[in-house]
Design a binder for this molecule. Structure first.
Ligand SMILES: *[C@@H]1O[C@H](CO)[C@@H](O)[C@H](O)[C@H]1NC(C)=O
Ligand SMILES: *[C@@H]1O[C@H](CO)[C@@H](O)[C@H](O)[C@H]1NC(C)=O
Ligand SMILES: *[C@@H]1O[C@H](CO)[C@@H](O)[C@H](O)[C@H]1NC(C)=O
Ligand SMILES: *[C@@H]1O[C@H](CO)[C@@H](O)[C@H](O)[C@H]1NC(C)=O
Length: 486
């Protein structure tokens, strides 16, 4: 007991104590800014889930879960000039990939008309977005006009038609929460300096999520800044698209500080809630991470006080999330726990400690995740980013119905091989092809969805069971009938 306390900071212990009593916002973290001022910020206590770990102290050397190899999936790969990050299809024949490379970072344009795509253009990220911090996730506007690349102080925005044509004026604007422009790309340095002179939450923009009317964008600022106590945050931007060919303008609305390392975010289908992941509760602690449900209307109104609806434990290192199209289930990858988690979105708010629906062990260090085959399957990108002994990288194929029927690890149908550090997915609009970015191998892999293993139809199974009962009843009746006749 004593030795374990040593692993946690004082804040962390207070947090655990307070969280377990169910109080909210009673815990703070104190940070000294660059100018020497002391800021005190609230730490968000997350509701605990009894079947999930309460300490992540053993992260460093987890045992790599054994994976059944899926050898019959049709896949191909091709090299790109730098480590690929986010991917998104514009249409079945074109996709975009973010290619981070310091000052030479670019948006890559792929011709996907053949099973093996071709990189046809590389459009440089504008100054101030091409920095080494954070990730570079990509998202399309819902009107099909723009592709957003999360980066630095927000996101760079490109005109889709111009980018596909390889036009040099494809960069058409940017989300910019900061007034600081001379980042050296040095994480600690830029975060510190940025905090003293800007209004945005940081310079480590990682994922961008747009409302369905494209009027607002949320950017996860993974590492935050001293303004956020070096905790992660979600920056909120109002977008003004203007008419065709006009640059896209935006204003920074505000930000909401969450936990340590905020990466994944996803909007509910009704547009009312945004879910965001925090890898841990407190910086450099061994506490688990959490997912937060945030009220979109409150975020738009810069009403951060009322924005946080709920925060719920999500094992160690939760990093990405997706929501089912009926809005009922939130799926989260917990990277350091090798888990895929499913939550009931209604219970996340109404009864958070009972909101966990499923927990499936996948391959090592899952990051990206996506639905396939009409949401009957989920694929996880098992990054093995910490290079664990005995681990393999690959893609786990998870049967959604089995997972939700409580079959646990039996829902994991197996793993297909990838290059090093598979990170992000994109699914073609026709649902036939999945792209995966193999970050450390500097390659993109294509997967033929029709060759993935079939999800087992649980409804069919239960029908079969009922059929068995019917036969049983018929047999008894027949026996009784025969007995009566005799
Ligand atoms: C963000 O805006 C500031 C001015 O407020 C400017 O100095 C800076 O270069 C901008 N950053 C980007 C990436 O455009
Ligand atoms: C960036 O600007 C800040 C604030 O003006 C300054 O203190 C810092 O030295 C500059 N850094 C670089 C690398 O120019
Ligand atoms: C949003 O709220 C923050 C914190 O109260 C405030 O500093 C900021 O100026 C607000 N933003 C706008 C656009 O009013
Ligand atoms: C893991 O190994 C790969 C390939 O050897 C290397 O590129 C990567 O930097 C390593 N990652 C870590 C965290 O050590």
């Amino acid at each position: 007991m004593r030795s374990r306390t040593g692993l946690l900071s004082l804040e962390a212990w207070l947090l655990v104590a307070v969280a377990s009593l169910g109080f909210v916002n009673a815990v703070t973290v104190t940070t000294v800014t660059e100018s020497g001022a002391t800021v005190t910020l609230p730490i968000i206590p997350a509701t605990q889930i009894s079947s999930l770990p309460t300490s992540c102290a053993n992260d460093a050397a987890p045992v790599a879960p054994k994976q059944k190899a899926l050898n019959h999936v049709r896949t191909t790969k091709f090299g790109v000039p730098s480590t690929p990050f986010g991917l998104v299809y514009a249409d079945n024949d074109h996709a975009f990939v973010a290619l981070p490379d310091g000052a030479n970072s670019a948006l890559g344009v792929l011709d996907t008309s053949d099973f093996t795509p071709k990189l046809i253009h590389q459009i440089p990220l504008p100054n101030g977005y091409a920095i080494d911090e954070g990730g570079l996730d990509v998202a399309l506007s819902h009107d099909g006009r723009y592709v957003f690349v999360a980066a630095g102080p927000g996101a760079a925005i490109f005109d889709i038609a111009k980018a596909i044509a390889g036009s040099s004026d494809a960069a058409i604007g940017g989300l910019n929460g900061t007034s600081y422009s001379n980042s050296t790309g040095d994480e600690a340095d830029s975060v510190e300096v940025a905090a003293s002179i800007h209004s945005g939450a940081g310079l480590s923009g990682t994922q961008v999520t747009l409302t369905s009317d494209d009027e607002y964008a949320f950017v996860s600022q993974e590492y935050g800044s001293t303004l956020t106590g070096l905790l992660g945050a979600l920056d909120v931007f109002k977008i003004d698209k203007g008419t065709a060919d006009e640059p896209v303008k935006s204003t920074h609305v505000g930000f909401l500080q969450l936990g340590d390392a905020v990466v994944g975010s996803v909007l509910s289908p009704d547009g009312n809630t945004i879910y965001a992941t925090s890898e841990s509760q407190v910086l450099t602690s061994n506490l688990p991470g959490f997912i937060s449900a945030l009220d979109v209307a409150a975020l738009k109104a810069n009403n951060t006080k009322d924005a946080l609806k709920s925060s719920v434990a999500a094992a160690c290192g939760p990093v990405r999330a997706i929501v089912s199209s009926d809005g009922k289930t939130l799926w989260v990858t917990a990277r350091e726990s090798d888990l895929l988690l499913a939550y009931d979105t209604e219970k996340l708010i109404s009864n958070p400690s009972e909101s966990l629906l499923a927990k499936v062990t996948v391959g090592t260090a899952p990051v990206g995740l996506t639905f396939a085959r009409n949401e009957n399957l989920i694929l996880t990108a098992n990054s093995n980013r910490f290079n664990n002994t005995d681990a393999t990288t690959g893609i786990s194929v998870v049967d959604v119905k089995k997972a939700l029927a409580g079959k646990g690890d039996k829902a994991n149908l197996g793993q297909l091989a990838t290059g090093l550090f598979p990170r992000e997915f994109a699914v073609s609009p026709d649902g036939k092809t999945v792209l995966v970015a193999d970050y450390d191998s500097k390659q993109i892999q294509t997967i033929d969805v029709s060759t993935l293993p079939l999800a087992i139809d649980i409804v069919g199974e239960s029908k079969g069971w009922r059929h068995g009962v019917d036969i049983g009843l018929f047999g008894i009746l027949l026996f009784v009938g025969v007995f009566l006749v005799l």
